[in-house]
Design a protein around this ligand. Structure first.
Ligand code: NDP
Length: 240
C-alpha cells in the first residue's frame, strides 16, 4: 500500500517513541516525512528538524520553508508531549505550564501554521495524539488537563474547517512502552507488568498499535471521519 505517495506529513515529537514509529510507517507508504522535535531526538532522522513546538516563530518559519520546498503540507500529526508524573501537591507552576504548553499550545501553533495551506487546497488531515488520561482519571493532572483540552481543540477544528475540506481527529492511546516510561520504570521496574493487568486485552500497547491508527485516520480511508476520538487502548475505556 502507498496511501501517502506524493504527500507531505509533519510529525511533531517524531524523534522518539510513537512518533518515530509513525515516521517509519508513513515513509513506508510513500510519504515525505518531516519531524519537528528537540535537538537530541532529531539527529538520527533524515527529515528531522529542530523545532520547539511551543515557539510560534520557529513553527511558522519551518512550515513556510516546507511549503516553499515541497509545495504543501497534507498531514499534521500533533504528537509531541512531556509528562512528569509528579504528585499533584508537588507540581510546580513551571512544570504545569511546560506540560500544558507542549501538548496544547504546541498543537494550536502547529495547526494554525498548516491550516491556511490546507484550506487553500481544500484538503488536509490533522491527527492529535491525545490519551486515555484526557477522558478518564489516571493521575498526572497537568498532562491529563492538556490532553482533555486537546480533545476540545480536535472537535473545534473538525467542525470549523470541515467545510473547507480539512479533517481533524484524535487518538486516545492507553499505556504504550516508549521512552516516556523510562523515568517511571527506573523508580518502579515492575510497573508496566502491573499496569498490563488493567487492560482487557492483557498487555500494554506497542508504538505500532497507535501508528497504524494514525495512518488510517490521516488517510483517504477515513475520508468521511472527522471530530472523533479513537481509543487505541486494549479495551481500557470499555471497562476493567
Ligand atoms: P516520547 O517522549 O517517546 O516522545 C515524545 C517526543 O516529543 C520526544 O522526542 C520529545 O523530545 C518531543 N518533544 C517534547 N517537547 C517538545 C517540544 N517542545 N517540541 C518538539 N518536540 C518535543 O513519548 P511517546 O512516544 O510515549 O508519546 C507520544 C505521544 O503519545 C504523546 O503525545 C503522549 O502523550 C502520547 N501517549 C503516550 C502514551 C504512552 O504510554 N507512551 C500513552 C498515551 C498517550 P525530548 O525527548 O527531548 O523530550
Amino acid at each position: 500500500m502507498a496511501r501517502f505517495q506524493n504527500r507531505v506529513v509533519i510529525i511533531t515529537g517524531g524523534g522518539s517513541g510513537i512518533g518515530a514509529t509513525m515516521a517509519e510507517l508513513f515513509a513506508a507508504e510513500g510519504a515525505s516525512v518531516i519531524i519537528f522535535d528537540r535537538e537530541a531526538a532529531v539527529a538520527d532522522h533524515p527529515g528531522g528538524r529542530v523545532v520547539d513546538v511551543t515557539d510560534r516563530a520557529a513553527v511558522r518559519e519551518a512550515v513556510a520553508e516546507i511549503e516553499a520546498d515541497l509545495g504543501r503540507v497534507d498531514v499534521l500529526i500533533n504528537n509531541a508531549a512531556i509528562a512528569a508524573d509528579t504528585p499533584f501537591l508537588e507540581v510546580t507552576e513551571e512544570q504545569w505550564d511546560a506540560e500544558v504548553a507542549v501538548t496544547l499550545k504546541g498543537s494550536f501553533l502547529c495547526s494554525q501554521a498548516v491550516l491556511p495551506g490546507m484550506i487553500a487546497r481544500r484538503s488536509g488531515s490533522i491527527v492529535n495524539i491525545g490519551s486515555v488520561n484526557g477522558v478518564q482519571y489516571l493521575g498526572n493532572e497537568a498532562y491529563s488537563a492538556a490532553k482533555s483540552g486537546l480533545l476540545s481543540l480536535t472537535r473545534s477544528l473538525a467542525v470549523r474547517y470541515g467545510p473547507d475540506g480539512v479533517r481533524c481527529n484524535a487518538i486516545l492511546p492507553g499505556t504504550i512502552r516508549t521512552p516516556i516510561w523510562d523515568q517511571r520504570l527506573a523508580a518502579e521496574p515492575d510497573r508496566l507488568e502491573k499496569v498490563a493487568r488493567w487492560y482487557p486485552l492483557g498487555r500494554v500497547g506497542a508504538p505500532e498499535d497507535v501508528a497504524r491508527a494514525a495512518l488510517f485516520l490521516a488517510s483517504d480511508d477515513a475520508a468521511w471521519i472527522t471530530g472523533v476520538a479513537l481509543p487505541v487502548d486494549g479495551g481500557l475505556l470499555a471497562g476493567n
